[in-house]
Ligand binder design. Structure first.
Ligand SMILES: [Zn+2]
Length: 251
């Protein structure tokens, strides 16, 4: 039995609260597991809670760069206290969009590096947000030895993709790839064993997705699109993605 994986989705976001049990039933039927990432301490607690409800939820906890003012010490304790129950650390990273002052910048960097360190200490995979910050993320990551790092929603150029491959990162592609040629080109140039897929729900997607908030049920479309671009049978693509995801998760 091959499982599909959504390597990055915020199922602990309040958007999904009312539908969670039907989402979990759908995941069971579609054979999809989800790396459920978190934004801050309170959202991470929610992630841990929903992971207790279902084995299909692989919990990632952490502080998103948008929430860098959250309590870092509390997060570090939360990770230590739940280390045997979490699948990874995330969503963590850098993003200049959320920086106004020099202090914000320092703070975001410190939160990112502390969470990378704790993940490295416990050999946990990390789910990294690198919007408008890929080169800075590369720079920071040269000091870390983790081989299980995902650059989620990879949005770099070809040169940055090469660098990501040289540094052994996994990269994930989502619903945008279904309609954006530049993402399809990037996918075709990605090392096959480093490709993952995601939805980043509840983000909304345009074009063929008509501004719908991403559902985990988008995953088969993303996988189908990837199989066409890489000239593979759908089943061959799902097996490859399952192998890549389990390698990323270290399971
Ligand atoms: Zn995200």
């Amino acid at each position: 039995m091959t499982w599909l994986f959504d390597s990055h989705i915020h199922l602990s976001d309040p958007t999904y609260d009312d539908d969670l049990s039907s989402i979990l039933t759908g995941m069971e039927h579609m054979k999809i597991k989800a790396c459920c990432v978190s934004m801050d301490c309170s959202n991470s607690r929610r992630t841990l809670e929903i992971a207790k409800e279902s084995d299909l939820i692989l919990p990632f906890i952490g502080i998103h760069p948008e929430c860098a003012n959250d309590n870092l010490d509390e997060m570090l304790s939360l990770i230590e206290d739940n280390i045997d129950d979490i699948s990874g650390v995330g969503e963590i990273g850098l993003d200049p969009t959320y920086i106004q002052t020099e202090e914000d910048k320092k703070n975001q960097q410190q939160v990112f590096e502390s969470l990378l360190s704790i993940a490295e200490k416990h050999h946990k995979p990390v789910s990294i947000h690198s919007r408008k910050s890929l080169d800075d993320v590369f720079e920071v990551m040269t000091s870390y030895s983790t081989k299980n790092a995902l650059l989620h929603w990879f949005d770099g150029n070809k040169k940055q993709l090469r660098k990501a491959m040289d540094m052994d990162f996994f990269v994930s592609y989502g619903p945008v790839m279904v309609y954006a040629n530049d993402k399809q080109t990037l996918l075709s140039k990605t090392d096959e064993n480093k490709i993952l897929v995601e939805t980043d729900g509840p983000v909304r997607f345009s074009r063929c997705f008509e501004m719908k908030s991403a559902q985990i049920g988008f995953i088969p479309s993303v996988v189908f699109c990837a199989s066409k671009i890489l000239n593979k049978q759908y089943d061959e693509m799902t097996s490859l993605l399952e192998k890549n995801t389990t390698n990323f998760l270290g399971i």
